[in-house]
Design a protein around this ligand. Structure first.
Ligand SMILES: [Zn+2]
Length: 73
């Protein structure tokens, strides 16, 4: 079972000021550009981004599996 996580937001710290910049996973898959709250525009490292998205996907899938075990319809 795979859950679509494209609408979820990732928080990535800005390399210039350290403030968190948020962007949805769907957008980041298309273009890894983020803008922090201070207005800095930066690109997420593609390798770390890939790992972040993979980890998020695994966590959500595990959660969904556990939920479907617990809830009986
Ligand atoms: Zn910044």
């Amino acid at each position: 079972m795979t859950v679509n996580i494209d609408h979820l937001e990732l928080e990535i710290p800005c390399p210039s000021c350290g403030q968190e910049a948020k962007q949805t996973i769907g957008r980041l898959k298309q273009s890894p550009v983020l803008i922090c709250r201070a207005g800095h525009q930066f690109e997420a490292d593609p390798e770390s981004l890939r790992k972040l998205i993979q980890t998020a996907q695994e966590n959500i899938d595990r959660l969904a599996r556990n939920l479907s075990k617990t809830i009986q319809f």
